[in-house]
Design a protein. Structure first.
Length: 277
């Protein structure tokens, strides 16, 4: 599969083509479609469109991935970049390419790897996001100083400041999400410890008492009986305190729950968290 990647812009359109075969990536080509500083805006859009058309014709990609436009405080810049993205998407659509949109942070996360992370990994991602946020602030400040001194043109300043502002807003959102996840992981860990403590009391006792049962189990839901005779069954769902449902590996059955028959006519179910009772 050949994939065309696009970093959209109205002055400069960055592009790269890779081949993905047998779980391996290989770089085919990369570059940029550029325009002169004083080029009228509509001509820039035409140049960008024609340039992407030429790249598609030459490398024949199957799909295109393009950076998703993020909110920015500069409305004019957002509108201009949005128009540039529009003609690029049009070129892809006219060539029947699948189009996928990603934010810069989504791309970084896919490279770093992030899923059901442990607390240490989430903390590492939080620290990295905070550090990058500080870097972006310094880059923006340097860019502003270079613009004031004349080292960077107003056009470059607008385009780069737009990218930095977009990334800063993304990072702000992710930092909040990481902090919330750390808090949730801490709560979950505390709940597991309380649950294990209650279970240990069960292991050390000879007689089950009501107070101890209440300490371990939040509620037991008993459903109406189903069937008749020896096929008569009754569903019972146990909700444990601190940890909710027990995390039992899901089966390949339609309802995805684990069922243990304790005696004829009674079935105790340990339901996964994502399956409603």
């Amino acid at each position: 599969m050949v994939i065309l990647g696009i970093d959209p812009g109205y002055a400069i359109v960055g592009w790269g083509v890779i081949d993905y075969t047998a779980n391996r990536f290989q770089v085919i080509a990369y570059g940029a479609v550029t325009t002169e500083a004083k080029t009228p805006f509509n001509e820039r859009l035409e140049t960008g469109y024609d340039g992407i058309q030429d790249i598609i014709y030459k490398y024949k990609p199957d799909a295109m991935a393009i950076e998703k436009l993020f909110y920015n405080t500069n409305a004019k810049t957002v509108i201009d970049v949005a128009q540039a993205r529009g003609v690029i998407n049009l070129a892809a659509q006219k060539n029947n390419l699948e189009i996928f949109e990603y934010t810069p942070l989504q791309v970084k996360q896919s490279v770093v790897g992030y899923g059901r992370a442990e607390k240490k990994q989430v903390q590492k991602e939080l620290d990295r996001a905070i550090a990058r946020n500080e870097d972006v602030a310094r880059l923006y400040e340097r860019l502003y100083e270079d613009n004031v001194s004349g080292k960077v043109t107003d056009e470059w300043f607008m385009q780069l400041s737009n990218k930095y502002e977009s990334e800063r807003l993304e990072l702000k959102t992710k930092i909040q999400q990481y902090r919330e996840q750390l808090s949730n992981l801490g709560t979950m860990q505390k709940g597991k410890e309380q649950f294990i403590s209650a279970v240990r009391k069960f292991m050390q006792m000879d007689t089950l008492t009501a107070p101890l049962l209440k300490e371990l189990i939040d509620k037991i839901v008993v459903y109406e009986t189903q069937g008749t005779g020896k096929h008569r069954t009754q569903r019972i769902v146990i909700y444990y305190r601190f940890v909710g449902y027990l995390e039992i590996p899901l089966t390949e059955s339609e309802w995805e729950f684990y069922q243990a028959n304790t005696r004829q006519g009674v079935a105790v179910e340990y339901i996964s968290k994502n399956i409603p009772a």
